[in-house]
Design a protein around this ligand. Structure first.
Ligand code: VG1
Ligand code: CO
Length: 543
């Protein structure tokens, strides 16, 4: 095998964000851009000769081009085997499972998740380590440093691999195996959930609608929901992955999955509605006439997980990202298990899961998962919901009400201000950070600030610290506002404002969320001066 060295100057700005490197396709398509990044990853992780690498993506535009390049670069860097999903497809959780199942040293996941796709839209590359999880900060930081000094990438002379047929072929001295992207993952789901009981519910007339949003979960949902669980054909909507997701944002929320919402709030709503995002790691849960916030979903799943075979032994702990509501904390307290609060991004759950300290994790951004893989997992959450509903024979709405009657209700919303000029967003955050020490004791309407800080996380497993993970304003009585800048956007800055208000079980559990949060919305403006800094008077997206 002749290794070819391609000279290549570094590119600025190849800094992985919350979940890998995300840029416009036009940026990634520049000569050497993706190659430099992939080579920088290999330079940092230094694969053992003969190691296995998993490659897969969400099927978006540019996926196949980067996969072909990455295969050749892997061969030149001494990998012994690449496992790649047929069609270049692997959902993020499926990739995590494949890495673990086949003992790979790591994997490349090509995705920009919920961001739109197509020639003028977004692309992304993320490296996952041998545990199947996103590389921790120490690795992503080292990769970034490497991209700044890189001066070459390695490749081999080899024809493109036929990605559309399962089977093995050679690239240099390396074996490339094109694998069924769905089978391993679907089999794993059967070990965790009671498919028999769900099938019986379906036979008994239980109906659902699943919106795959023309993204990666289509083939997984067809196989699992329609084939293995017996839901009728047509249960899965928009089930064919498209390179541009049909021109939509594959983001499962009220804004981008509005058709599903219309179905679920309409006259002929089925029992259960769900959707997933571009790369299959997020989930949207909506019952007939009842939207379940992701924070509530985490709490409700944790409270009922023991009803599924994979979790019959109970949970070791729960972990949630800091901006996620405290609903799960109350469940953990009642189960007598620990609850961990981590920074935003799934990579921070990896150590807790590996150490057996947490079983279930979740984020307010529609991410839920468990220790079965090391990524959040959209269809997993859908199946756990189905398993619980099938066992309990209860509607989503009744389950939610029962939960709030027991634990109280955390009214919650996230307001996103997108595509802000970066300097304005930075100025807002800097000014707010400087003002935090003066906030305690101040009143905003009848909300009084109890504490205010910049969230810093001390990882209890490896002792590492991650500072500047969001600005928190905590009010007396348990209400809270969090301010943070997104680390996944590709255009300017996105300000996220997270609003949470706790209402005890004996309180008013029947309010509309915007009404329940009205005081907090006013306080957020008074505290941060969003309009003064950005000129914006309302968020672009409310989830
Ligand atoms: C967002 C979410 C975060 C999630 C991340 C990756 O990050 O807020 O909770 O882990 O996306 O999810 P940010 O930095 O933009 O707030 V995904 O489905 O895009 O891989
Ligand atoms: Co995603």
């Amino acid at each position: 095998m002749t290794v070819i060295t391609v000279p290549s100057p570094p590119y600025a700005g190849q800094k992985p964000g919350t979940s890998g490197l995300r840029k416009k396709v036009k940026v990634f398509a520049q000569p050497n851009y993706a190659e430099n990044f992939v080579q920088a990853v290999f330079d940092v992780v230094k694969p053992q000769p003969g190691a296995t690498l998993v490659i897969g993506g969400d099927g978006r535009y540019h996926n196949r081009t980067v996969i072909q390049a990455a295969i050749r670069i892997a061969a030149a860097n001494g990998y012994g085997q690449v496992l790649v999903g047929r069609g270049g497809i692997l959902s993020t959780p499926a990739a995590s499972h494949v890495i673990r199942k086949y003992g790979a040293s790591g994997g490349l996941i090509l995705s920009a998740s919920h961001n739109p796709g197509g020639p003028d839209e977004d692309f992304g590359i993320k490296y996952n380590t041998a545990n199947g999880g996103p590389a921790p900060e120490a690795v992503t930081e080292a990769v970034y440093l490497r991209t700044q000094t890189i001066d070459r990438w390695l490749t081999v002379e080899s024809a493109d691999v036929d990605l559309d047929a399962c089977g093995s072929t050679r690239c240099g001295d390396m074996t490339v195996s094109v694998i069924d992207p769905v089978a391993d993952y679907a089999d794993l789901m059967e070990t965790l959930f009671d498919f028999g009981t769900i099938r019986s519910a379906v036979k008994g007339g239980f109906r659902m609608a699943f919106d795959a949003m023309h993204a990666v979960t289509g083939p997984y949902a067809h196989e699992i929901l329609e084939k293995r669980l017996g839901f009728p054909a047509g249960t899965v909507r928009n089930g064919v992955p498209l390179e541009d997701f049909g021109g939509h944002h594959p983001d499962p929320n009220m804004v981008h999955a509005h058709e599903l919402f219309e179905t679920m709030f309409g006259p002929d709503a089925p029992d259960f509605g769900a959707a997933s995002d571009g790369d299959g790691d997020r989930n949207l849960i909506v019952g007939r006439g009842r939207f379940v916030t992701p924070s509530d979903s985490l709490a409700m799943l944790a409270a009922n997980a023991h009803l599924a075979p994979g979790y019959r032994g109970g949970l070791k702990g729960i972990a949630r990202s800091m901006p996620t509501s405290a609903a799960a904390d109350r469940v953990a307290a009642s189960l007598g298990i620990p609850c961990f609060e981590t920074p935003t991004g799934w990579k921070f759950f990896g150590n807790l899961l590996d150490a057996g300290m947490a079983t279930i994790c979740g984020e307010e951004s529609a991410g839920t998962g468990s220790d079965h893989v090391r990524e959040k997992d959209g269809l997993w959450a859908v199946l756990l919901w189905l398993n619980i509903l099938a066992v309990r024979k209860i509607s989503v709405d009744d389950l939610a009400r029962e939960h709030w009657d027991t634990y109280g209700r955390n009214y919650y919303a996230r307001h996103d201000y997108e595509a802000l000029p970066t300097d304005k967003a930075d100025a807002l955050m800097a000014e707010l950070k400087a003002a935090l020490p003066n906030l305690p004791g101040k009143a905003f309407g009848h909300l009084t600030v109890a504490e205010a800080d910049s969230f810093s996380y001390l990882d209890p497993v490896d002792g590492s610290t991650s500072a500047n993970q969001g600005l928190r304003v905590l009010f007396e009585g348990g209400s809270r506002i969090v301010f943070r800048l997104s680390g996944t956007g590709t255009e300017g800055a996105t300000l996220r404002v997270y609003l949470e208000r706790y209402e005890m079980a004996s309180g008013n559990l029947e309010q509309e969320t915007p009404h329940a949060l009205a005081d907090l919305i006013v306080a957020a403006e008074a505290i941060a001066g969003i309009e003064r800094h950005t000129g914006r008077t309302a968020p672009d997206v409310v989830t």
